[in-house]
Design a protein. Structure first.
Length: 257
């Protein structure tokens, strides 16, 4: 597959990058298929890693997984986590049309062949990350309440708390088409393997007060985690795709639904 072959070249270039809809290649792929994402987990946990906040879960039966679209095989949901910054307008890793967004959510998935996220990280194409960008809105996003009201209980690094389980689609929307896709990589200690990034064009809403709660968390040195974003990388000559466009083409992100 053409998309998979790009992992060896484009996947050597690091993420995150600036995304601009006028500099993307339009391609058509089969719809992304989402399985079990509406199921309520058996257990759910929120963890302050000292760097970010991770939401993880275990399920009664089969875990949520993705297939179809650009994927070869199944990709199992592993965890989702957040990136934020010192100010309300500078908290995303990816830039949109040259500017930062208030916050960014990553939903990490690993290929079922490799059984764990750690094992999949060592393989090219073993990990895919779904990206959701946040826009500011006046009122709080009620779907984030379960997470944000729990943050005061995990202010210390490496602390965790159980949540009353809820479907992860409360936070992240399923999209089948009209998304952005590219190959990149993240440098993690000595590992640097290609990761397929899928970026939703529909932003999520968040209020200024809600973002501020994330900055009350502490790292391992008992300092507030004011920012946890990787610096922007050069796009280089890599391919950035707009898959099966359906919405407006005037701006890279659509309005909050």
């Amino acid at each position: 597959r053409f998309i998979q072959q790009l992992a060896k070249t484009d996947g050597k270039l690091e993420s995150p990058i600036n995304l601009n809809i006028s500099h993307m290649k339009v391609i058509k792929l089969n719809p992304v298929q989402w399985h079990n994402y509406n199921d309520t987990p058996k257990k759910m946990k929120l963890t302050n890693t000292g760097y970010t906040v991770i939401l993880s879960a275990t399920w009664h039966a089969e875990e949520p997984y993705l297939c179809g679209g650009p994927f070869v095989g199944n990709y199992i949901f592993s965890q989702l986590h957040f990136h934020w910054g010192k100010t309300d307008m500078n908290g995303s890793e990816h830039y949109i049309d040259g500017g930062s967004m208030p916050m960014e959510l990553h939903a990490v998935h690993y290929k079922s062949d490799y059984e764990t996220q750690v094992a999949a990280l060592r393989q090219n194409g073993g990990i895919i990350i779904l990206v959701y960008l946040f826009q500011l809105q006046e009122s709080p996003n009620p779907f984030l309440d379960d997470i944000i009201k729990t943050l005061p209980f995990i202010q210390a690094a490496h602390s965790s708390i159980r949540l009353v389980p809820f479907p992860i689609t409360n936070i992240m929307r399923c999209f089948q088409h009209d998304y952005i896709m590219y190959w990149g990589s993240i440098r993690m200690t000595n590992i640097k393997n290609s990761i397929l990034w899928l970026i939703s064009r529909e932003p999520l809403g968040i209020s200024i007060e809600q973002i501020a709660e994330f900055r009350t968390l502490y790292d391992e040195h008992k300092m507030p985690i004011l920012t946890n974003c990787q610096p922007l990388k050069d796009r280089g000559d890599r391919n950035v795709f707009h898959v099966c466009p359906s919405g407006s083409m005037y701006a890279t992100l659509l309005p909050i639904p």
